[in-house]
Design a protein around this ligand. Structure first.
Ligand code: SF4
Length: 473
């Protein structure tokens, strides 16, 4: 019998049983590794973490970061805020305020005002999350729900709106920084259940955050078990989006309710549904640890599936070898490579973004290094306003160099897997930088001739993700 099929309990537990210990801006000085950082890196953490959320934990510090390689270590760059994540003038202005008020006990209004201004510049809700994805019942928005694609509803339980550590590139960063009017969170499931009862074409519920795995098993079960009701038989897939598999794999192995969690997964599987863990991985190092490998085996041992996904980010995972190693290891343990995303147009994107042309090269190189079993992975894919758009390749047609693109997922299901072309642009980093090919003035999805309408109806201008509100996009 392979490990994958073994009962979770049959798998050995590692000797190292840690208790979760987080560090924040206020407490990071107590971490033994803090003293290894030169003063300018310490200062950058203290300053930039006023804008971007900062949280890490003992496991990330001890096991995932190579402190002899700081600040270039990929996980250090993933978790610790850097000076270059803000434009120089913003950094200077904020640093001056922070240093002067270093010992103040209360929030300084000048710091709060500057921080707010910087955050609003950072496109806190990309891809129309706040404006176009929130379902309404009786003209009231349902707090904590998003319904962008016909078959999938996203659910944000309020107790799951934090993470075991924060990623500096995170596109959900407003969830963590106290911008309450920008937050998605739901206290309970009854609105979700009522909504699903009347939307029978929904097959998937994605429970997301933050990280729902931050909840204890009892709380998580309170959100999941109502979805197993017979009147919701059309819900076939219960997905959980989580980075715990990388930042805190102990959640599945040594936490005191780890076994209860696995039993919960088994109950979902037994109900005839697919329990799908959407595991967020950024770098091969995250799956080199024994405990991380144990976590994968224990998850898939319950009959749940574990898919691997994550964004391609400059300074962190530009090396195709790292992606290939990650996917190979995942496949060996029973996980399924799923998506390589393009870094979203939010937060300190100038620091993290890569040209689409480069993203395609990295994806192709990594894809060429792995066997067919790992080629379930798709990408590089932009989760943009109209849908998930993958760059399939660079081609030349009638002497014109072009990007070949397709929707992997779309607001309008008719667009999915319809190939389309954009002019090749070596600098473009996002869909709204691209121009249609063949002399057209708009992409096919920017107009839609509705039946019985004489004039074409403009439905999805791709730039609207940046212009539809002053604050969110
Ligand atoms: S774990 Fe996910 S939700 Fe949490 S900070 Fe990282 S990317 Fe954002």
């Amino acid at each position: 019998m392979s490990d994958q099929n073994a009962s979770p309990d049959a798998l050995a537990r590692p000797q190292d049983v840690r208790k979760f210990k987080p560090y924040t801006r206020q407490s990071i000085r107590q971490a033994p590794q803090w003293g290894l950082l030169p003063e300018e890196l310490q200062e950058a953490v203290q300053v930039v973490s006023h804008v971007l959320p900062f949280r890490t934990n003992e496991y990330v510090l001890d096991q995932l970061i190579d402190w002899t390689n700081v600040p270039d270590d990929p996980i250090y760059r993933l978790v610790f805020p850097h000076q270059d994540m803000l434009p120089a003038e913003e950094y200077r202005a904020l640093r001056d305020l922070v240093l002067v008020n270093r010992d103040a006990q209360s929030v300084n209004p000048a710091i709060a005002a500057l921080v707010h201004q910087i955050r609003m510049r950072m496109n806190p809700h990309p891809a129309g999350q706040m404006t176009h994805n929130v379902p309404r019942v009786n003209d009231q928005p349902l707090r904590g729900l998003q319904h962008k694609y016909k078959e999938t509803v996203l659910f944000f339980p309020s107790a799951g709106q934090t993470c075991h550590a924060y990623c500096t590139f995170c596109f959900r960063w407003p969830q963590f920084v106290g911008m309450d009017d920008m937050k998605f969170d739901a206290k309970e499931t009854h609105e979700l259940v009522d909504y699903l009862k009347t939307h029978r074409d929904v097959t998937d519920v994605l429970i997301t955050g933050g990280d729902p795995m931050i909840m204890n098993t009892r709380s998580l079960a309170e959100f999941i078990e109502p979805l197993l009701a017979p009147e919701l038989a059309h819900i076939q897939n219960i997905r959980i989006g989580t980075k715990s598999v990388a930042y805190w794999p102990q959640r599945y192995v040594t936490d005191k309710d780890a076994d209860d969690l696995l039993r919960l997964f088994e109950r979902v599987v037994k109900s005839g549904r697919n329990m799908a863990i959407m595991g967020h991985y950024n770098h091969a190092v995250e799956l080199r640890q024994d405990i991380a490998q144990q976590a994968v085996k224990r998850i898939v041992g319950t009959g749940a599936t574990l898919r691997m996904q994550g964004p391609l980010i400059r300074h962190i995972n530009e090396d195709p070898h790292s992606w290939a190693e990650l996917w190979r290891t995942g496949v060996r343990l029973g996980a399924i490579p799923y998506y390589m995303f393009v870094e979203r147009d939010t937060g300190p994107r100038e620091y993290f973004q890569l040209p689409l042309a480069r993203a395609h090269e990295i994806f192709q190189q990594a894809y060429q290094m792995v066997s067919g079993l790992a080629r379930t992975v798709r990408g590089p894919s932009m989760s943009a306003f109209p849908g998930k758009v993958a760059i399939d390749g660079v081609v030349t047609i009638n002497g014109e160099k072009l990007f070949a693109l397709q929707f992997l997922q779309a607001r309008n299901p008719d667009w999915v897997r319809k190939p389309f072309f954009a002019k090749y642009d070596p600098e473009a980093t996002w869909l709204d930088h691209l121009k249609p090919a063949f002399g057209k003035d708009r992409f096919f999805f920017e107009t839609d001739s509705a039946p019985h309408e004489d004039a074409p109806r403009k439905v999805i201008p791709i730039a609207s993700a940046r212009s539809c509100t002053s604050s969110a996009a």
